[in-house]
Design a protein around this ligand. Structure first.
Ligand code: TYM
Length: 336
C-alpha cells in the first residue's frame, strides 16, 4: 500500500536550541517544508522523562523553542507546529506501543543506556519507554519520513520494528515503515570542548555548545576557547582523520557557510586555528544573529506563540483522530 508522503519531526523543550539541533535538524526542516506536508512538534512529554521539570521553566522553554523554530524559517501557517501534550492521541498510541515493543528491544537503546548510566534501577519508567512514545508521535500521523540528526537513527529503527510487529500481529498494513532523513554536512555536531562527545543540551558546560540565544560576544568567546590541536588545517578531507576537533569545526564552518566539506577544506587549507576561528566566528555570527534577534522579538509576545501552538494542536488532532479510530477498531477497543 502506498502511504501519502508526510513528514514528522520532534524536538525536546529542555534548555535552549543549540547549533547541533539547528544544523542537524531544524535547518533541514526548513528546506523540506516547501515540498511536503510537515508536522513539527515540541515534545514536552518527552522532556519530563529524565526528571520532572519546574513547570514555569517547561512552559518558557516550550514557547522559546517554538519561537526559535519560527525564527529559523519554519512557516507555522503552512506546517503544523504544536506542543505534544496538546494532542492526547500520542499518549494513547504510546500505551498500545508499550504493549507491542519488547523489553529486549528497549534494553538495547544506546540513548537509554547513556542517560540511565549506572543508575538503571532509579530512572523513570518513562525514560525506558521513551522510544515507544517517539514511535507513537510519528505513527499517529502515519508519517513516512522523519528528518533528524544521526543520534536518532536507532530510535527510528525501533519505530519501524514496532510498525512491522503491529502490522504483522493484526495482519493489516496499518502503519508505514518510516524512513529516517539524515542529511547535510552537520548530521552530528560535536562538543566544542571535546570532539568525541556530541553537542548536547544536557552537557553541564555551557562552553561546549553554541546556543541560538547566545550573543555575538558569547559566540566569539566560545569559538575562541574551543578545543583544537597544534597543527594547521589540512588540504584534504583525509587530513581531518584522527583530528576530531578540527573535523568538527570544519564541519560547522561548511554547514554555516553553505559549502560542501570539500570546498570548505580547500578554502581553509594551511590556515592556523587562530585565523580559522576568526573566519568561523564571522560566519556563525552573521548566520545566527538575525535568527536570535527574531527569536527575541517573538518571545516578547507569548500570546502570539501560544496562539500558533494551539491552532497547530487542533490541526494535529484532526489528522490523528481517524488514525486512532482505525487503531481502536483494529485492537478491539470500543470507540467513545
Ligand atoms: P532532541 O531534542 O535531542 O534533538 C532534536 C533534533 O536535533 C538533532 N540533534 C543533533 N544533530 C546534530 N548534532 C547534534 N549534536 C545534535 N543534537 C541533537 C536530533 O537528532 C534531533 O533531530 N527523541 C528526539 C525527539 C523526538 C522525535 C520524535 C524526533 C521525540 N519524538 C519523533 C523525531 C520524531 C530528541 O530527543 O531530539
Amino acid at each position: 500500500m502506498a502511504f501519502q508522503r508526510r513528514i514528522f519531526s520532534g524536538i525536546q523543550p529542555t534548555g535552549n536550541l543549540h547549533l547541533g539541533n539547528y544544523l542537524g535538524a531544524v535547518r533541514n526542516w526548513v528546506a523540506l517544508q516547501a515540498e511536503y506536508e510537515c508536522i513539527f512538534c515540541m515534545v514536552d512529554m518527552h522532556a519530563i522523562t529524565a526528571s520532572l521539570l519546574d513547570p514555569d521553566e517547561l512552559r518558557r522553554s516550550t514557547r522559546e523553542l517554538a519561537a526559535a523554530m519560527i525564527a529559523s524559517g519554519i512557516d507555522p501557517e503552512k506546517n503544523i507546529l504544536f506542543n505534544q501534550s496538546q494532542n492526547p492521541d500520542h499518549a494513547t498510541l504510546a500505551w498500545i506501543f508499550n504493549c507491542v515493543a519488547r523489553m529486549g528491544w528497549m534494553n538495547r537503546m544506546t540513548q537509554f543506556k547513556e542517560k540511565a548510566g549506572k543508575d538503571r534501577e532509579n530512572v523513570s519508567l518513562g525514560l525506558f519507554a521513551y522510544p515507544a512514545l517517539m514511535a507513537a508521535d510519528i505513527l499517529v500521523y502515519k508519517a513516512t519520513h522523519v528528518p533528524v540528526g544521526e543520534d536518532q537513527k536507532q530510535h527510528l529503527e525501533l519505530t519501524r520494528d514496532i510498525a512491522q510487529k503491529f502490522n504483522f500481529d493484526y495482519q493489516k498494513e496499518i502503519f508505514p515503515l518510516t524512513e529516517p532523513q539524515i542529511f547535510g554536512t552537520a548530521t552530528r555536531v560535536m562538543s566544542l570542548r571535546d570532539g568525541m562527545k556530541k553537542m548536547s543540551k544536557s552537557d553541564p558546560s555551557d562552553q561546549s555548545r553554541i546556543n541560538m540565544t547566545d550573543t555575538a560576544d558569547q559566540i566569539a568567546d566560545k569559538i575562541k576557547r574551543a578545543k583544537t590541536d597544534p597543527d594547521a588545517l589540512p588540504d584534504s578531507i583525509d587530513g581531518l582523520e584522527g583530528r576530531p576537533e578540527a573535523a568538527n569545526l570544519m564541519g560547522i564552518y561548511a554547514a554555516l557557510a553553505g559549502q560542501t566539506l570539500e570546498q570548505a577544506v580547500a578554502d581553509c587549507a594551511g590556515r592556523g586555528f587562530a585565523e580559522f576561528k576568526k573566519l568561523l566566528t564571522e560566519v556563525a555570527v552573521s548566520h545566527l544573529a538575525p535568527i536570535t534577534a527574531e527569536m527575541r522579538r517573538l518571545t516578547a509576545d507569548p500570546g502570539y506563540v501560544d496562539g500558533i501552538l494551539r491552532k497547530g494542536g487542533e490541526r494535529a488532532r484532526e489528522l490523528s483522530a481517524p488514525v486512532v479510530a482505525e487503531i481502536y477498531d483494529t485492537v478491539g477497543f470500543l470507540r467513545p
